[in-house]
Write a protein that binds this ligand. Structure first.
Ligand code: UD1
Ligand code: UDP
Length: 369
């Protein structure tokens, strides 16, 4: 590091942050002008490590914060204290973080206390309901309120920020870096790595939202069981999130269905391969709602609302919530009705063109020069 080189600290905590920060970290490193340091809070442990190793990024600092079944308060408290120490010793000129996790909210707050400018990637997503998704809506509102730069993925996320009074000069519409990551990965010929029945249509499932824990998640599992039992020509592949509130119920309710394959979370490239191979995707994931449309795969979203309205408005993603009957009916319709299916399987990418990371690097020019 040269004397006048500025340090940009890139923070990652969970799997989706690592996927969406990887293109930015790689682009900043390729640019070469800043001293790029990577901080892993490791709010997730192995889910994070899977992604970091796939993109060939080793953290410079690792807080190893994850504990089994961690509570939000405990996680936030421990993170804030540890981040305080990191910012004191690293003294970065800029800190970047992506999304709406507890890691992002606490990093933004710690930066505010240290008066270090914070750049928020994937800024401006809103449902308008502070309880949904929980706690992400509040996390991103706090992060946005504290940010110096807002890297909004779409025009509508930019509008959300302007409505909240953010200075338009501080907002950059960049596209979502998830599409950069997807395009880096989807062209590679990588196998799913799970023995699948080639004669059956693949239905890919993921689910992990906190507001769905308990009865809503049990409804989801019952609906998956019904779909599996009434459609002998499908196979459901469900890589189960390691959160115990999800894992224990999924194994108990779906473990014995012959055409449901439960597996450990897939590495990123095999998961992308599974999305490419899927006929239909059923998910409550944010990232999957962005990736699947770009791959031409219909998504039924297991949520009542979404902060990603673009694909819903275009008719390629549909909200089905957590009602047993609605999930069964909408999935069955896409399995039976070719016209309805083709209307959703169109292959459009409202969330980005693969150049988001380059636009973020360009916006930080004054810190690179
Ligand atoms: C977190 C984020 C959520 C994001 C999701 C992506 C918060 C509050 N939640 O939810 O916004 O959509 O990640 O997946 O920031 N666990 C493991 N191994 C791992 C990861 C998790 O065992 O590699 C288990 C642990 O028991 C951990 C629990 O999952 O305590 C919950 O992890 P946490 O990060 O608190 O919440 P998620 O539900 O994963
Ligand atoms: N993903 C993965 N392996 C899996 C399931 C998902 O690599 O088994 C990827 C997926 O492609 C997407 C991201 O993880 O990019 C989404 O993460 P998650 O659903 O955990 O969080 P969210 O996006 O809802 O915050």
């Amino acid at each position: 590091m040269s004397m006048n080189q500025k340090t940009i600290l890139c923070v990652v905590g969970t799997r989706p942050e690592a996927i969406k920060m990887a293109p930015v970290i790689l682009a900043l490193k390729a640019d070469g002008r800043a001293n790029v340091r990577v901080l892993a809070t490791a709010q997730h442990r192995h889910l994070l490590d899977q992604v970091m190793s796939f993109f060939g990024i080793a953290p410079d600092i690792d807080l190893n914060i994850m504990r089994p079944n961690q509570t939000l308060t405990e996680l936030t408290g421990r993170l804030l204290l540890k981040l305080d120490g990191v910012l004191k010793t690293e003294k970065p000129a800029v800190v970047l973080a992506q999304g709406d996790t507890t890691t992002v909210m606490t990093v933004a707050l710690a930066c505010f206390y240290h008066r270090i400018p914070f750049g928020h990637i994937e800024a401006g997503l809103r449902t308008g309901d502070i309880h949904n998704p929980f706690p992400e809506e509040i996390n991103r509102i706090f992060a946005g309120r504290l940010a110096r730069w807002h890297f909004a993925p779409t025009a509508s996320s930019c509008q959300n920020l302007l409505r909240e009074g953010i200075d338009p000069d501080d907002v950059f519409v960049t596209g979502n870096t998830v599409i950069d990551a997807l395009l880096m990965t989807a062209s590679k010929d990588i196998a799913v790595g799970i023995a699948l029945d080639e004669t059956k249509r693949l239905v890919l499932v993921t689910s992990h939202r906190r507001e769905n824990f308990g009865e809503p998640f049990q409804n989801i599992c019952r609906a998956l069981r019904t779909l599996a039992q009434s459609n002998a020509d499908i196979q459901i592949l469900y890589p189960v999130h390691p959160n115990p509130n999800v894992k224990e119920i999924a194994l108990a309710m779906l473990g014995s269905c012959s055409n449901i394959v439960l597996c450990e979370p897939l590495d990123y490239a095999p998961f992308v391969a599974a999305m490419k191979r899927a006929y239909l995707i059923i998910s409550d994931s944010g990232g999957v709602q962005e990736e699947a449309p770009a791959l031409g795969k219909p998504v039924l979203v297991l949520r009542e609302e979404t902060e990603r309205p673009e694909a819903v408005d275009m008719g390629v993603v549909k909200l089905v919530g957590t009602s047993y009957q609605l999930i069964v009916d909408e999935a069955q319709r896409l399995l039976d009705d070719g016209v309805a299916y083709r209307a959703m399987a169109r292959g459009i990418s409202p969330y980005g063109d693969g150049q988001a990371a380059q636009r973020i690097v360009a916006a930080l020019e004054e810190y690179l020069a």
